[in-house]
Write a protein that binds this ligand. Structure first.
Ligand code: ADP
Ligand code: MG
Length: 617
């Protein structure tokens, strides 16, 4: 049954966010598509010409309109979707303003053909620049076809404001894509200048994403699925190593409505913190479902901006679920993912001195590995240990909190983090080897895991460095004989700038003037024998990072330290050292990518091996 259209009473109409809805062809397509969805269409065709400037036709098989409603539909504030202020407070439809058809008809030549289930024959209506030109009958199946020709024909200034056909087309494509993604159950066909650009059948969201982006792209996504009392979030986020410098697609859908939210966008970025470098953009597509009463969609004429009743909590939950998904998703690149070439930093060093922290700790490593690998992500920092002790407790002390769980309600906390372990990747014990003093090979439940020892250690040290920034008392190893280091004046100036994060890391530094510093202590992770050179190495790496990517100074210090203090390719490791390293790696918030975004580990699944050996079982 077609709904009945009423004209909103003035007091209610006045409460509707005012503003122009028709700015360019894209806005027409958006409004008309929303109407199709609200009319429960199961199939929509969009046919445009010249970027929508000369013609936009949208054909749906929705509930249609009666003859009477068809003429009312073009009046201002005519809507079947709300009739009272209370309705406005829990709008379930995409439209509710009753302005779109009126605004479109005022600036274009519009033809409407519509037929509802009750009609024997449909209705035809032609309107030019707001004036009715023709009323009649139309023999069409149930549904609505609206054709909008010569947009802005009567408003030359706005006509000239439109961009090239190609630009307008791209905007329209974006709108079609958003509707296609938010409504996978609807078949959608999109034809532009006689070219069939999209023709998708009703399907699941997974299939729809593959239809639009391709199978390969789909494999670069991590699924997100979280239900809390307050809201549910589902969708996908891109694996960090697929983040791109250029603009990538990023979507928030709130109750199936595409929205733009700087704050939620920020929440996602915070979720990726330290996994993608500044200036790189991860793909995301997140569907938030929330009680309509907890959000106000009546804040902007295009309804793309919304106001959450509890924005802070929504922010926190979005950030937490992104972090959780990144920590748990299968971020391990499989073997066919190509890695970028050699890394100049992993120069071969033939020494056998190991970082002190890797020294074997009898009996303790194995137990801890079990504990960490089978429990959920460590969310709270473990108790901070005494700066000078070297027990394993301390090794794991530097867990940065994934999210400030204290700020979440207990129920939210439970719901967010109750499930999910890394069990699938647990190292199953006995078998572990070092390959060419560079890679650690280990059996995992699903096959073989190959870890790059340098980047793995880098990830461990990086997280520890971040945690040390939060500690009041830095862990520092007092040097028996302080080193006096002469720096270039540039480096001396730099060290003054980053003195505080360096000290937090555990560098006991005194500035002596005349480009001279005295190093009295180093972080416990610094290799014995490299105390004098590590500082210069860090400064060089810092400058390198500063030059290549714009990193925040503290983050840069952490990354530079991690890179320079980490074990290198060429360092031979004992079995216990390998195990401790892997335990530590899996105790990090993000074991799968190094702070620079390179993969830490690669796995080869048993089926993959079987395929290579042409084994059928
Ligand atoms: P709104 O969507 O805010 O209600 P519109 O101006 O977009 O306002 O549409 C006015 C009314 O016309 C709608 O409330 C709906 O009843 C009717 N309508 C518009 N498009 C369609 C359609 N494709 N199928 C059925 N009814 C429609
Ligand atoms: Mg509408």
């Amino acid at each position: 049954m077609a709904a009945t259209i009423n004209i909103l009473p003035e007091h209610l109409a006045n409460k509707i966010a005012a503003g122009e809805v028709v700015q360019r062809p894209e806005s027409v397509v958006k409004e008309l598509l929303e109407n199709c969805i609200d009319a429960h269409a199961s199939s929509i065709r969009i046919i445009i010409k010249d970027g929508g400037k000369t013609s936009i036709q949208i054909i749906d098989d929705g509930i249609g309109m009666s003859e009477e409603d068809a003429s009312r539909a073009f009046l201002r504030h005519a809507t079947s979707k709300i009739s009272s202020y209370e309705d406005l407070e829990h709008v379930q439809t995409l439209g509710f303003r009753g302005e779109a058809l009126a605004s479109i008809a005022a600036v274009a030549q519009v033809e409407l053909k519509t037929s509802s289930a009750a009609d024997e024959v449909g209705t035809l209506l032609r309107i030019d620049g707001g004036g009715v030109k023709e009323r009649g009958k139309a023999g069409i199946p149930r549904g609505t076809t609206i054709t909008v020709k010569n947009l802005f024909f009567n408003t030359p200034a706005r006509r000239h404001f439109m961009k090239s056909n190609n630009t307008e087309f791209k905007h329209i494509y974006d709108v079609v894509q958003r509707i296609a993604l938010s409504h996978p159950e609807v078949a959608i066909q999109f034809v532009s200048d006689d070219e069939n650009l999209l023709d998708v059948k009703p399907s699941t969201i997974d299939e729809r994403v593959k239809d639009l982006y391709g199978e390969r792209f789909f494999e670069t996504l991590v699924p997100v699925r979280e239900h809390t009392e307050m809201l549910s979030i589902t969708g996908y986020i891109g694996k960090p190593d697929f983040a791109r410098k250029s603009k990538v697609d990023q979507f928030f859908f709130l109750n199936k409505r595409y929205i733009v939210s700087r704050s939620l966008n920020h929440a996602v970025f915070s979720g990726y913190e330290h996994l993608v470098e500044k200036g790189n953009f991860p793909f995301y597509m997140l569907f938030i479902e929330l009680d309509p009463e907890k959000v106000d969609v009546n804040v902007h004429p295009s309804k793309m901006e919304v106001k959450f009743a509890d924005e802070q909590n929504v922010y926190r939950i979005v950030m937490a679920v992104v972090r959780k998904a990144l920590g748990m998703g299968d971020l391990i690149p499989s073997l066919n993912v190509s890695q970028s070439g050699t890394d100049s930093r992993t120069a071969t060093l033939q020494h056998t001195a190991f970082p002190r922290f890797l020294s074997p700790q009898p009996n303790s490593a194995v137990g801890i590995s079990k504990q960490f690998l089978t429990t959920e992500l460590p969310l709270q920092p473990l108790p901070t240990a005494n700066a000078h002790s070297f027990d394993l407790e301390k090794l794991f002390a530097a867990q940065p909190p994934l999210v400030d769980t204290n700020t979440l309600a207990p129920e939210t906390k439970n719901q967010l983090f109750a499930h999910g372990t890394r069990e699938g990747e647990i190292i199953e014990g006995k078998a572990i080897w070092q390959l060419h003093n560079k890679y650690i090979l280990s059996q995992i439940r699903t096959g073989l895991m190959i870890v790059d020892q340098h980047v793995a250690h880098e990830r461990v040290l990086y997280e520890r460095a971040l945690a040390s920034f939060a500690n009041a008392v830095p862990a520092s190893q007092q040097l028996l004989f302080p080193h006096t280091i002469q720096l270039s004046s540039g480096d001396y100036a730099l060290i003054k700038d980053i003195l505080s994060p360096l000290q937090s890391l555990g560098f006991g530094l005194k500035l002596f003037g005349k480009n001279t510093v005295v190093l009295e202590g180093v972080p416990p992770d610094v290799k014995a024998g490299s105390e004098a050179s590590i500082l210069q190495d860090i400064l060089d790496e810092f400058k390198n990072n500063q030059h290549r990517v714009k990193l925040e100074a503290r983050d840069n210090v952490a990354k530079s330290f991690a890179c320079k203090a980490a074990i290198k390719a060429g360092d031979s490791l004992t079995e216990v050292e390998m195990r401790v390293l892997i335990d530590q790696l899996f105790a990090t918030a993000m074991p799968y990518v190094c702070p620079h975004g390179r993969p830490v580990l690669v796995k080869i699944s048993l089926p993959e091996l079987d395929r290579r050996f042409m084994r059928t079982s």
